[in-house]
Ligand binder design. Sequence first.
Ligand SMILES: *[C@@H]1O[C@H](CO)[C@@H](O)[C@H](O)[C@H]1NC(C)=O
Ligand SMILES: *[C@@H]1O[C@H](CO)[C@@H](O)[C@H](O)[C@H]1NC(C)=O
Ligand SMILES: *[C@@H]1O[C@H](CO)[C@@H](O)[C@H](O)[C@H]1NC(C)=O
Ligand SMILES: *[C@@H]1O[C@H](CO)[C@@H](O)[C@H](O)[C@H]1NC(C)=O
Ligand SMILES: *[C@@H]1O[C@H](CO)[C@@H](O)[C@H](O)[C@H]1NC(C)=O
Ligand SMILES: *[C@@H]1O[C@H](CO)[C@@H](O)[C@H](O)[C@H]1NC(C)=O
Ligand SMILES: *[C@@H]1O[C@H](CO)[C@@H](O)[C@H](O)[C@H]1NC(C)=O
Length: 487
Amino acid sequence: MTPLNVEALFNKLLDLVAKGSEEQEMRSSNLFVKFGSWRGIRRIIFIMGLLALLLSISTLSKFYSLPSFLTPDNFCNRINPVDQETNGNETRIIIETVIQKIHEEMKEMSASSAESSDVRYVSFLADILGLIESVQASVSPIEGTHPLFKPTQQSDEPGNYFLMEEIRKYVKMKPNRLGKQNFMGANGTFTSIGHACFSMKPELEKYMDYDVGDICEDDWKLAQKLIVHGCDPLPRRRCFSVAPKFYTKPFPINESMWKLPDDRNVRWNQYRCKNFSCLASNNTKKGFFKCADCFNLVHHETPRWIKPVYVDLISNQTADFLIPEVLGIKPEEIRIGLDFSVGTGTFAARMREFNVTVVTATINLGAPFSEMISLRGLIPLYLTINQRLPFFDNTLDLIHTTRFLDGWIDSLLLDFVLFDWDRILRPGGLLWIDSFFCLKEDLQDFLESFKMLRYKKHKWVIVPKLDKDEKEVFFSAILEKPYRPFR
Ligand SMILES: *[C@@H]1O[C@H](CO)[C@@H](O)[C@H](O)[C@H]1NC(C)=O
Ligand SMILES: *[C@@H]1O[C@H](CO)[C@@H](O)[C@H](O)[C@H]1NC(C)=O
Ligand SMILES: *[C@@H]1O[C@H](CO)[C@@H](O)[C@H](O)[C@H]1NC(C)=O
Ligand SMILES: *[C@@H]1O[C@H](CO)[C@@H](O)[C@H](O)[C@H]1NC(C)=O
Ligand SMILES: *[C@@H]1O[C@H](CO)[C@@H](O)[C@H](O)[C@H]1NC(C)=O
Ligand SMILES: *[C@@H]1O[C@H](CO)[C@@H](O)[C@H](O)[C@H]1NC(C)=O
Ligand SMILES: *[C@@H]1O[C@H](CO)[C@@H](O)[C@H](O)[C@H]1NC(C)=O
């Protein structure tokens, strides 16, 4: 609703009430003379009260510019955001009071006799009610209902769902300065947040509660919780993120790859372990269980993808493929790739030795995985499984995945993930499924999903997994994306 509309509505309302009360005054004086009725007097008082309430709304809206509260505006023409928030609240409360009072009055009228003057009075009240409710609809943030589920809601301003000014400002479309299309062919910039943010309103508002230009809280964990639950993209913030207190420069690249980083380069306060030696130890209480040994660079990580680590003693089979044999499938062709796994970047570190650049997707699941990867001199891509991968179609030579998509994953989700991987793999690119494990009885379903891709099979093994009552199996494969020259 535009500012003009609101003002026009208020004027109409004031007119209506003024006319109504005049009419009532005239009529009720007659009534008074005729019947000595008390009702007329009550009506005058009621309408006067209504008039006073409406006046206070319109005053508020004029003085504190209600219209600009409705449409979050730019930085320059606002005086005080806090005042405005409060007055928006007051306006809403007053409007709610008016509506409630009118409802009460109408109920009372319809309960009592059906005189013709009463009928007119009720229809007069209904008129006012309609107008006021349309004002209310434009003022209230819609509580409880998702704005995208309300087709009548003006969905160009979903930010109105949030009370916090900083979120509204972030979500609002930013028009280009010169009023023309920008070089990207858009009339403005459309900053967005994930739709799941709407169901996590308190958390998001807590996250966005900061002073502009100040240091942010050390709340990466809240941010990660929001992202993992689908509030992704998360809004940007205008505060400075906290850095480790005594940050020291990372080790030189010829040392950093296989050495535990300096403890001072990590903010430890949200983790159970408070240093890298704790993460690398055999301590069982580290605060995470997936890839619990991945920080143990010497014992656990060194042989991975260079020597088979897991070999089934009975069949003498292994689910571990080695990097040289995989690269040997396509000599000199595999140059760039994505590692979608849980780990500390060892796969990327090894691939670097083979002149392959690999970025490692990771989140900080109970340990500083991102920091570890970057301090080793590799690229951590901070990203959850919720998201479409930030790569263009047909661009990567290799996708490697291990210890991430296991038996827990929903098969529909697995489908979406696999198709997204297919999208970013180039024709002739390799998908390396590394020690995917699941229950024996589920294996067939998962294999169907992988087969659905119709990739060329270079390697394909299924090996029993012996640690959990022999109920689980490992599955590994090297698959090649086909050329698809025909539509
Ligand atoms: C607005 O009103 C709600 C209750 O209706 C209250 O919880 C909230 O704190 C108020 N906000 C302001 C800024 O006064
Ligand atoms: C962008 O602006 C141009 C001219 O100002 C207008 O014709 C066009 O409809 C606008 N596009 C969108 C998507 O709003
Ligand atoms: C790393 O390189 C620097 C200079 O290039 C050298 O002084 C240092 O000994 C090297 N470290 C190792 C572990 O090779
Ligand atoms: C690492 O942290 C553990 C407790 O988490 C502590 O016992 C140990 O002394 C620390 N080691 C170093 C080198 O700070
Ligand atoms: C951790 O335990 C394994 C056996 O479970 C052992 O081989 C390894 O040496 C231990 N590592 C450390 C750092 O103590
Ligand atoms: C297991 O297989 C490897 C080759 O894949 C072979 O070198 C080795 O001798 C085999 N071991 C046994 C015990 O059969
Ligand atoms: C990687 O590239 C360097 C320099 O280009 C070359 O010397 C080295 O042999 C390459 N390594 C492999 C494994 O191809």
